[in-house]
Design a protein around this ligand. Structure first.
Ligand code: HEM
Length: 456
């Protein structure tokens, strides 16, 4: 660790050699960032194709994320790649457009707006459980795919109500093609040389066109019908600027819809798959959680109002997202010279906030690789640095869907875990791969045993 002294004259940050980590696969970036900070300290200038400043200390993370958003923007390559599909929706926009949209959309994600989503979440989860009940003990399913399908159905239903049904399969298919990894060279080529007729670029463009046709079709049909469904699309169509009274134009609604579809589904599905995997590896934690769920719910699905009575469920989810945060890093661009821990970072520099590594910072997380939901016990007395745990980021650009994600993840676990004991299929290798989100590299093959027949 470098000494964190504030020197009157800023010095150059500790630097890696040029092209350091060239042989590290993009999939392994979360551990690679952790390695950089262990070797060079909490501020590292990673000299790769261009320079990236890695900020690993919660104090610096706080300075960046709590600053007015125009001071550290999203003009980095990662977000420019994402904006090819998301357009100028909330995740990828900056400046006045972002501020305007965030203000318009914030009320759509307040607890009173999202708590009624417990009904569709439970309905869709119970349908999945009914399908699972038909499996035999030797059938293997891929948990990450099951969860991706479920969370896609959930976000699709909360956005489009029943209208999603006829398009669900098509949207799910094209989303996979447009959801390109920001870490791969071919995505970089897609951004820089979009006219090159590479197979990846052509597939991307075809999928994007198909998605736009469906989404614009859904928006226009809803407008034309004049019907109300009380889903997020209704709220996007009805949102009006306080002063001008103006609503969003078609393109902006499309960008927000596609942003919510992507931001709201893969993140939650990976959080769920990883939590089920961790529980299968820690039977003591699982037993305590099943006992809590049975005591409070006695076999029925949880409503949003039950969650306050299920503290251990929340602790398990929080600890799962500490160890395996679905969003494993966020990036920002500086616009003026900055100083972090006494080190100079120039204007125009790329910053990386390595969430995966910060969640293992030795000053804040003793024995960081251990899965221990007690870390989040409400009875803990020691204060914790609020920026040492940031699965949803923090500050003005914090995840707008955090409460919805927590609701969904907890309800799905509360519904499925008392019914099924999950076990990794024999011989399976479970490892992480850093795509846009942290996914299981070789999938997550699992076998299920109905709980009544399982050992406690
Ligand atoms: C476990 C699930 C989730 C995780 C871990 C997660 C994580 C995050 C993180 C870390 C950011 C900040 C990104 C950045 O600064 O670049 C973010 C932003 C965002 N998330 Fe989530 N998210 C989750 C679920 C959701 C859901 C369910 C939705 C909506 C349905 C959603 C919508 C958004 C949006 C729109 C933003 C951009 C907010 C802004 O900049 O104003 N997310 N999320």
């Amino acid at each position: 660790m470098n000494e964190r002294v504030s020197s009157p004259t800023p010095t150059e940050a500790p630097s890696t050699p040029r092209f350091y980590g060239l042989r590290t696969a993009p999939d392994d970036r979360p551990r690679f960032f952790q390695h950089l900070t262990e070797k060079w300290g909490d501020v590292v200038r990673w000299r790769f194709l261009f320079d990236v400043y890695v900020l690993n200390h919660p104090d610096d993370v706080k300075r960046v994320l709590s600053a007015p958003p125009e001071r550290f923007t999203k003009g980095t390559t990662d977000y420019r790649i994402l904006s090819l599909s998301l357009g100028r929706g909330l995740v990828t926009s900056d400046g006045p457009l972002w501020a305007h949209q965030r203000k318009l959309m914030q009320p759509m994600f307040h607890n009173r707006s999202i708590n009624p989503f417990d009904e569709p979440i439970n309905r869709l989860t119970s349908a999945m459980a009914a399908r699972w009940a038909g499996l035999s003990a030797t059938d293997t399913l891929f948990m990450e795919r099951e969860m991706a399908q479920l969370t896609f159905e959930v976000v699709g239903t909360t956005l489009f109500g029943a209208d999603i049904k006829q398009h669900a399969a098509d949207i799910a298919e094209v989303l996979e093609s447009i959801n390109v990894s920001t870490q791969e060279v071919r995505s970089f080529l897609l951004l820089m040389l979009p006219w090159l007729p590479l197979p990846h670029t052509r597939r991307f463009n075809r999928a994007l066109k198909k998605l736009d046709d469906i989404v614009f079709g859904l928006i226009n049909a809803r407008r034309a019908s004049g019907e109300r469904h009380d889903d997020i699309l209704d709220r996007l169509l009805e949102a009006r600027d306080e002063d001008s009274g103006e609503g969003m134009d078609e393109q902006q609604i499309r960008d927000e819809v596609v942003t919510l579809l992507l931001a709201g589904h893969e993140t939650s599905s990976n959080a769920l798959a990883w939590t089920f995997w961790l529980l299968s590896q820690h039977r003591d934690v699982e037993a305590r959680l099943v006992a809590e769920l049975n005591a409070v719910l006695d076999g029925r699905p949880a409503a949003s109002s039950d969650l306050a009575q299920l503290p251990y469920l929340k602790q398990v989810v929080q600890e799962s997202m500490r160890l395996l945060p679905p969003v494993w890093a966020v990036a920002r661009l500086t616009h003026q010279d900055e100083v972090f821990q006494g080190y100079r970072v120039p204007a125009g520099a790329y910053l990386t906030i390595p969430i995966f590594a910060i969640h293992r910072h030795p000053e804040y997380w003793p024995d960081p690789e251990r899965f221990d939901p007690e870390r989040f016990s409400p009875h803990r007395t020691e204060p914790r640095h609020s920026y040492s745990y940031i699965p949803f980021s923090a500050g003005p650009r914090t995840c707008i869907g955090a409460s919805m994600a927590m609701l969904e993840i907890q309800l799905v676990i509360a519904n499925l875990l008392p019914k099924f004991r999950m076990e990794v299929a024999p011989g399976a290798r479970i490892e992480t791969a850093a795509k846009v989100t942290l996914t299981p590299k070789y999938g997550m093959p699992m076998r299920l045993t109905p709980r009544a027949a399982a050992q406690p």
